[in-house]
Write a protein that binds this ligand. Structure first.
Ligand SMILES: NC(=O)C1=CN([C@@H]2O[C@H](COP(=O)(O)OP(=O)(O)OC[C@H]3O[C@@H](n4cnc5c(N)ncnc54)[C@H](O)[C@@H]3O)[C@@H](O)[C@H]2O)C=CC1
Ligand SMILES: Nc1nc(O)c(N)c(N[C@@H]2O[C@H](COP(=O)(O)O)[C@@H](O)[C@H]2O)n1
Length: 259
């Protein structure tokens, strides 16, 4: 059976009304079998809290909960369909967030290139946002290059506010290269997730897809009420203890007994 795009369950999961018994507002689905109109616009999920964006935390992991290989080696954990699903999610969100560890390790593009081609219009591209306390994002990274070449939105770099002269120099260099640096309060290189979310909402971000990496996933899991939906692709494989995991020091907040 041919798949409906975007996957119906994604819309049900991310759009209003999904967790209520009353149906949400009607949603037009893009059906690639009968598409004669390229003006399809995918709605974005909205947060029940108007002061914060809707947050979707999504990543791919192995059966032993590793998201990368030894030394951070980037792994292809998602299959083709799952990767397409990830790209649907990207186009459904206003912005997509990664940590600087991922930016340095993977040099990602965070675009929607795996979606079926449109002839007359373009998919919404999410704004890339990098959590980068010390402003280490390379000036020649793909996110900045794609923006300069008109193939991506201007990246926003979230730095931990500092008066250190090196930091100020890096901020100037990033802005000259095309990125926008947003200063947020933090502590020991960690930016407060609640402060981050309210800042982003103030800047117009209604929905945020958080892709990782390990430290960022851990930070969102550790912060109560910061995530609206979690979508994890689980690959039927084991990476082993030396792979990169996100859950080593997480504790249950659900009051579950350990048996
Ligand atoms: N399988 C998957 O779906 C994904 C895998 N990855 C993998 O994750 C690895 C990178 O993960 P990490 O090294 O852990 O780097 P990371 O991408 O989680 O970035 C961590 C950095 O973000 C900054 N940061 C600022 N505020 C923070 C906060 N509140 N919480 C956490 N970090 C904050 C810090 O500078 C910190 O060093 C790579 O190997 C990459 O391939 C990354 C994304 C998705
Ligand atoms: N969904 C998913 N499955 C995997 O197997 C992955 N390795 C990742 N990685 C994430 O995607 C980013 C790469 O994005 P581009 O292909 O460059 O657009 C990578 O940085 C991780 O965030 N995701």
């Amino acid at each position: 059976m041919e798949q409906l795009f975007p996957p119906v369950f994604l819309l049900r999961t991310l759009l209003p009304g999904h967790n209520q018994f009353a149906p949400g507002p009607p949603v037009a689905l893009y059906d690639k079998r009968s598409d004669t109109n390229d003006q399809y616009k995918i709605p974005t999920p909205t947060s029940p809290d108007p002061a914060k964006p809707y947050v979707t935390l999504t990543f791919a992991q192995s059966l032993d909960a590793k998201i990368a290989g030894v030394g951070g080696k980037q792994l292809t954990l998602s299959g083709k369909d799952s990767m397409v699903m990830t790209h649907w999610m990207r186009t459904m969100h206003d912005a997509i967030m990664i940590g600087i560890g991922t930016a340095l390790n993977d040099n990602p593009q965070l675009n929607t290139r795996h979606l079926p081609a449109l002839s007359g219009s373009k998919y919404h591209l999410p704004r890339p946002i990098i959590l980068d306390s010390s402003l280490r994002l390379p000036l020649d990274c793909k996110l900045i290059q794609n923006y300069k070449e008109g193939r991506g939105r201007r990246p926003w770099v979230i730095g931990q506010v500092s008066e250190n002269s090196d930091w100020v120099t890096r901020k100037q260099a990033l802005e000259a290269a095309g990125a926008r640096v947003i200063e947020v309060k933090g502590e020991n290189g960690r930016i407060s997730i609640p402060v981050l979310l309210t800042t982003l909402r103030t800047l117009g971000i209604r929905s945020l897809m958080v892709e990782g990496g390990a430290q960022v996933i851990r930070s969102f899991f550790a912060e109560a009420n910061s995530v609206n939906t979690i979508i994890v692709t689980v690959a039927p494989t084991f990476v082993g203890n030396d792979g990169v995991g996100y859950g080593d020091d997480l504790v249950s907040t659900a009051g579950c007994a350990v048996v």
